[in-house]
Design a protein around this ligand. Structure first.
Ligand code: MN
Ligand code: MN
Length: 263
């Protein structure tokens, strides 16, 4: 069984607020009559025997929100529910992975993003959306972190990646035919700015030269490994055009849900 959880939090965004409004709009796109509920592999994401929609979390302001996210996800995992979260900015991935790491000791993360989010210190906010993967790696929460779509690697983040052994597939080296193979359980974290802004304009940080929607879908379909959780983050409705990024987020959500059911 899979729980779908909205996490309306953008307090750790560095440049623009907005992603707190995302979960509701992605859910509207997910259930919209403009499309149907099927993933391309034939799984019906509207099947209530497989998917439970928990709605949006009620979050306190301040850092206690992060602890509540961890506890809420841990509670689902204790009930053997896998979790797909809708963010929210990317800071939510750290408390989610803290919860997952309590259950899985050989976790892998497949991370789509324009940015590696590996800053040791960004604006003196340890929970910054620019830092979740630094926090995850320094706490040894996962075996492997594989990042795809990266096109903003600066000197500091490159040294952080080397320090933590992060496997980065930069956009400059990206092969759309590549197949990703994982031994243990896989958590998929999708930052919507990993897509080219032509496909997903509703993001805070435009970074042209990115992945196509089909690139990400193909990687999800061909991935070898058990997908046990996921998040879709950094959708900023204030920047969107005709809800097209909400529809893209809902599409990716369906393809990940379809893959998670195959476990
Ligand atoms: Mn990110
Ligand atoms: Mn990003």
């Amino acid at each position: 069984m899979i729980s779908i959880l909205g996490i309306p939090l953008d307090q750790n965004s560095s440049f623009l607020r907005g992603p707190a409004k995302a979960p509701q709009l992605i859910m509207e796109a997910f259930y919209s009559d403009a499309s149907n509920m099927f993933a391309e592999n034939g799984i019906d994401c509207g099947d209530q025997s497989k998917f439970t929609n928990l709605g949006d979390m009620q979050l306190p302001s301040g850092n206690s929100a992060m602890n509540l996210i961890k506890k809420t996800v841990a509670k689902q995992l204790d009930k053997d529910q896998m979790v797909l979260s809708l963010g929210g900015d990317h800071s939510i991935t750290f408390p989610i992975i803290q919860a997952y790491a309590q259950k899985y000791n050989n976790l892998n993360i497949l991370h789509f993003d324009a940015h590696p989010d590996l800053y040791d210190n960004f604006d003196n906010n340890p929970y910054s959306h620019a830092s979740p993967f630094a926090r995850i790696m320094e706490n040894n929460l996962v075996d492997r972190l594989v990042q795809v779509g990266i096109r903003t690697l600066n000197t500091h983040q490159k040294s952080q990646a080397e320090r933590f052994g992060v496997e980065i597939i930069e956009m400059i080296d990206f092969n759309p035919e590549a197949v990703f193979i994982f031994d243990g359980p896989v958590y998929i974290s999708i930052d919507m700015d990993g897509l080219d802004p032509a496909f997903a304009p509703g993001v805070s940080h435009f970074e042209p030269g990115g992945l196509s929607t089909r690139d990400i879908i193909r990687i999800i379909h061909q991935l070898k490994g058990n997908v046990i959780g996921s998040d879709v983050v950094e959708y900023n409705p204030d920047r969107d055009i005709n809800n097209m990024t909400a529809m893209t987020a809902a599409k990716l959500m369906k393809e990940v849900l379809g893959k998670m059911v195959l476990l």
